[in-house]
Design a protein around this ligand. Sequence first.
Ligand code: FPP
Length: 251
Amino acid sequence: MSDLIDQIDKTKTPKHIAIIMDGNGRWAKQKGLDRSLGHKEGITALHKTLEAANEVGVKYVTVYTFSTENWNRPKEEVEALMNLVSYSVRLETPTLVSSGTRLECIGDLSRLPKAALESIEYCKRETAKGTAATLILALNYSSRWEITKAAQDLARKAANGEIRPEDIDADMFSQHLATANYPEPDLLIRTGGEQRISNYLLWQISYSELYFCDTYWPDFGRDDLFKAIIEYQNRERRFGKTSAQIQAEQV
Ligand code: FPP
């Protein structure tokens, strides 16, 4: 049986993949289950996806775990999601350690329950030496929050005389975002059939390839990731240049 991995050019693996893990609720509803069980199954999907990403050498995976707007969901669902973060981050720590994956987070963590923060701190500590890959959880994250915060930080520095307003350029702005230490995503995957970005990494995906699939996140796995990577590799990334320029650069 052929394996999709054989169609992947390992020299052109996307370095950073960002994922919007959508469709957990619909997956659960379809099966007559509580929505929280969809999220729980989402952890298994994430586990499989990370394993597959490691197989092909993806260095960064950023997953939209909880948005600043998700606090508006029913109280029980918010609680279930926070409990899941506490429980599964701790449970997955040994796997992350053995695969050399470092855990990091972006977002305003100050509002997270203590148990979730403790699990995250534990996992970050245990995985800190991982050099194979980085898993970034976007938690209480949204682009508008992040961009507003960067603007405030820069305005403060300008007001203090640390920088001049005219010093602010795209690079400096990027350095004030939560993702300052990471390369921009090459590929953004959204599962669950919706085609929107939902306030996720808006600045960082300026030149990312966007990939939407109908699969609900709990059903997503190795083959689905490989299909997305194969499609990514078949696209021509032009970064504002012409196709002829890109082709000339490749010879
Ligand atoms: C969107 O599906 C999914 C979320 C809001 C949460 C995703 C979180 C997880 C998979 C758990 C992750 C935990 C860790 C520790 C990484 P939805 O609920 O909006 O689905 P629907 O559109 O079908 O209702």
